[in-house]
Design a protein around this ligand. Structure first.
Ligand SMILES: [Ca+2]
Ligand SMILES: [Ca+2]
Length: 159
């Protein structure tokens, strides 16, 4: 009888443990520290190269924006990503200032990739996403894509 009681107690403890585990907690915030461009269209929808100047390479010069509603949280075009090659490499944008998004924030988030031009940068593609929904599994990164563009968002969590 005592053994049966112990067995039941053991099972009861097992049943309680998962509800105390980290996976049941909700993070209060997530911190975006790196954005990766995994895919982008090699040519414009017209079939033309992104840049037409004969003395420049025709490939796009990557500019990445992360926006919350109409405000830019991040907007950079590192020199290192001039004339980016589609299909072979991914391009990592390490954020000098990590971006904190709290669970209460209710903005519309969007990642937009541009070909940086002197006057009017050209939109290559963009993806709207909900960071907390995408990061529901608390994974180190999550992927978002739309048509010919794909991004990977790297995050830390604050519980
Ligand atoms: Ca261009
Ligand atoms: Ca170029």
């Amino acid at each position: 009888m005592r053994n049966l009681f112990r067995a039941l107690l053991f099972l009861a403890v097992l049943a309680v443990i998962p509800s105390c585990s980290k996976s049941d907690e909700k993070p209060s915030a997530l911190i975006i520290y790196k954005l990766r461009v995994n895919k982008f269209p090699p040519l414009k929808s017209t079939g033309a190269e992104w840049d037409s100047q004969s003395y420049y390479d025709g490939e796009p010069d990557l500019q990445l924006r992360l926006s919350a509603d109409s405000a830019y949280l991040y907007n950079r075009a590192p020199d290192a990503f001039e004339d980016a090659t589609a299909g072979y490499y991914s391009y990592d944008f390490l954020l000098a200032n990590a971006i904190t998004i709290t669970a209460e924030d209710d903005y519309s988030y969007k990642l937009s990739l541009y070909d940086l031009d002197t006057y009017n940068s050209e939109l290559m593609g963009e993806v709207a996403f909900d960071p907390f929904e995408e990061a529901a599994g608390f994974q180190e990164s999550f992927s978002v894509k739309n048509g010919d563009v794909a991004f990977q968002v790297f995050v830390y969590y604050i519980f």
